[in-house]
Write a protein that binds this ligand. Sequence first.
Ligand SMILES: Cc1ncc(COP(=O)(O)O)c(C=O)c1O
Length: 376
Amino acid sequence: MSVIRLSRASVGQEEKDAVGRVLDLGYLGMGAEVQALETELQAALGTQHEVICVSTGTAALHLAVSCLGLGPGDEVLVPTITYVASFQAVTATGATPVACEVTADRIFIDLEDAERRVTANTKAIMPVHYASDSSDMAAVYAFAERHGLRVIEDAAQSFGCERDGIAVGATGDILCFSFDGIKNITCGEGGAVVTGDPALAQRLRDARLLGVERDTEKRYSGQRSWDFDVSEQGFRYHMSNLMAAVGRAQLAKLPRFAERRRALARRYRQAFAGSNSVRLLDFDFEAIVPHIFVVRVNAGNRDALADHLRAHGIECGIHYKPNHLLTRFADGEARPVAEAAYAELISLPLHVELAEAEQDRVIEEVLGFLRGTPNA
Ligand SMILES: Cc1ncc(COP(=O)(O)O)c(C=O)c1O
């Protein structure tokens, strides 16, 4: 029995050719290929915002928090259901992530709960585009304005999505994308910060290269700085030409990837539409490019369903254990909505290479298993 993967990259000859081109140049580090990817990303987003490519999505988030000057004593509001990367990126600066409740219908940061957690030390809010959705972002910006906060959108899962008819990333304060191995497009690993704040963009560009001032411009013209100055903390977070070459090949395929992911999500939605035992999140699935496909089942069934699927060669995931339940971030306070959601969430296989026959097998096993359970 062949295993049906939860997620995987879709790569082919184009990526091989792109990597080969960089290998032949004999310089694999950061240079013109990264500049080209940044230009192409900016065009794909249809924005004047600046795009700064980095080594991972986590690095993008860490750089964003760091370059805003946040550190010990500062607080950042984060939904508790997110990948631990969001939380670790905040603590990496010495600042404190404040775990907020999520909404039951979209697993998005609950602003009523966040409101109660605002203090004089709150400096930023980090909404997460959970499962690629960010439809409630206008309320986040109104909230941020009311409290004088910066907004760092964790857009790791939403590259290629639209919100209100424009690309996610075309507008907004600071957005962080991930191009890791299984995202909507991949560079192998990789990420990008997008911002409309030119001074911040310059700090980000320097900070990704150990704080070496204006080294980016040198590297884009095939040189590097020797007589340089450093005045801020920096990190070794730049992207390499090798990664950028893969990313450029992937970006060219985005329209096909987006259509395929949407089509698969549509098939899941149709299959589960009549089911009482499988509940969908309340997304506009045609506006997003779904990175993962999350459904909710009754809590009493979730683990047994996951075991059943795995026993039948179908991978599944749990996105995510709430961060306030992790030792590092525990504060002894319950977040009941997030905890209830966590007990019910299960992610089903979704990737560009998933065949319809495979997806039919997933649907059959999910519905078949739930039909036979008393808790359905
Ligand atoms: C919500 C979220 N935030 C942050 C990240 C971190 O991105 P990366 O894996 O590129 O470091 C991820 C991806 O794993 C993610 O899903």
